[in-house]
Design a protein around this ligand. Structure first.
Ligand code: NAD
Length: 412
């Protein structure tokens, strides 16, 4: 008898509770109280002095919780600031961490929850699966729609001893609850909406095109497993919410429907990539972001068309890119193609203000070999890229991204 085709397998890691919708933050007192009484609220600085923060703190206090607010979040999350924040949590005797803010604040809260329970330095936990056990429970409330950090097992920080930002990845960092209330994103400026939103689309694309890793169920599982049967439909759904609505949210910041759709798309993108991982755009963004000091999503979004352009040369991956495009535009599969998806992504970037090439963000052409070398260090990410990312291949991609040239779509 011929071998049966391999049947699909799946992995999904999630908070025990995920809420999304306008007003969802009203659930917070009940959720937080289920996990502890002494709360360290790790809060994005933009929230200090706002009615939203006062409302949340008042409601938690009225529920009998002892809340200490820590809003000293430094951009890029230097490690020493996080160590200091963990000291605050220990002093307060925190037994639960409430994170409210953009991806930076949420990642800061993950590190605080880790260092409140386990001794530093944080560098002991860089990499995958090195967190020894459960951290303080984290309840995560995003105020940007993009990173998906509210549902993912990773925190990204900067360490002055390292050239690139570095990640701590562990299922123990998945928050116990994610509360996504689009109302909190209504005031986000256009650039924050655009760059965090395009990062969410990159999560959907990279999750859906990731190479599936071989699974040995008798061994401990890697944090990021590559594409699988549970993440595929979620990644497509994420693209379906983001495609039509991200440009609207950037253009019309007060459009409640658009903010809801983008928040939902970002959440779904986070759920998908939180299990699969991401690949080429993220591996390239780490050095590009470090050298140009540009926001994370600007970098991942900028390189996305060039990565799609490369990946569509592979027939199997081209089919996946076409499926993403069908979801993105809400069109029938027979009308979709990888080329059309690429055109749509280029148009979305232009509509929302993502620069078209690396020269535009101040990267010199002679820096490209260094970028390629640094990107190659992200072995975990590159392992799930759907093509073998050689140095020459990355350099060629970077040259195109620098010059702003895509290959001729009519030629394929
Ligand atoms: P961010 O958290 O860095 O916030 C950007 C700016 O927007 C900050 O000044 C912040 O104060 C402000 N801001 C946030 N919400 C606002 C709102 N509603 N109104 C007004 N201002 C607001 O940006 P981000 O894109 O959310 O997060 C980027 C960070 O997340 C990067 O450090 C990146 O490495 C990390 N990241 C983490 C994950 C993960 O899974 N852990 C995934 C992707 C990215």
């Amino acid at each position: 008898m011929p071998d049966a085709p391999a049947l699909p397998i799946g992995t999904l890691r999630l908070p025990a509770r995920v809420h999304v919708g306008y007003g969802a933050r009203a659930q917070l007192p009940g959720i937080v109280a289920r996990h502890g009484r002494r709360v360290l609220a790790v809060v994005d600085p933009f929230l200090v002095g706002t009615p939203v923060l006062a409302e949340v703190v008042d409601q938690l206090t009225a529920a009998g919780l002892d809340v200490r607010v820590h809003a000293d979040i430094t951009p890029e999350l230097p490690v020493d600031t996080l160590t200091a924040a963990a000291e605050v949590a220990r002093e307060h005797g925190a037994d639960v961490v409430l994170a409210i803010g953009g991806g930076s604040a949420l990642d800061a809260a993950k590190v605080v929850a880790l260092l409140s329970r386990y001794d530093g330095p944080l560098s002991r936990y860089y990499g995958e699966n090195l967190v020894p056990g459960p951290v303080l429970p984290i309840v995560a409330v995003p105020t940007t729609a993009g990173t998906g950090s509210e549902v993912t097992p990773v925190a990204v920080v900067s360490d002055p001893e390292r050239e690139l930002k570095v990640g701590v990845s562990s299922p123990f960092l998945v928050p116990v609850a994610a509360v996504v209330d689009p109302e909190l994103t209504l005031g986000a400026p256009a650039s924050v909406t655009a760059f965090s939103g395009i990062d969410a689309l990159v999560h959907a694309v990279e999750s859906y095109t990731a190479r599936p890793l071989a699974t040995d169920w008798s061994a401990p599982q890697p944090v990021f497993t590559g594409r699988n049967v549970l993440t595929e439909p979620i990644a497509l759904q994420a693209a379906g919410h983001l495609g039509p609505w991200l440009p609207v949210a950037v253009r019309e910041p007060g459009n409640r429907r658009a903010r809801h759709e983008v928040a939902l798309g970002a959440l779904l993108g986070g759920i998908a990539f939180g299990s699969t991982g991401t690949h080429l755009c993220h591996a390239l963004q780490y050095p590009i972001g470090a050298l140009t000091k540009t926001p994370h999503g600007l970098g991942t979004g900028l390189v996305l068309p060039y990565v799609l352009d490369l990946l569509r040369q592979d027939a199997e991956v081209a089919g996946r890119i076409a499926a993403l495009g069908a979801a993105l535009e809400g069109i029938a599969p027979e009308d979709a193609s990888a080329e059309r998806t690429l055109d749509r992504v280029v148009a979305i970037n232009a509509e929302i203000g993502v620069p078209a090439d690396l020269a535009a963000i101040g990267l010199d052409r002679d820096q490209l070999p260094h970028v390629a070398d640094l990107a190659l260090r992200s072995a975990r990410l590159l392992a799930i890229a759907p093509v073998d990312p050689t140095r020459d291949l990355l350099l060629d991609l970077l040259e195109r991204a620098h010059a702003g040239t895509l290959t001729d779509r009519s030629a394929t």
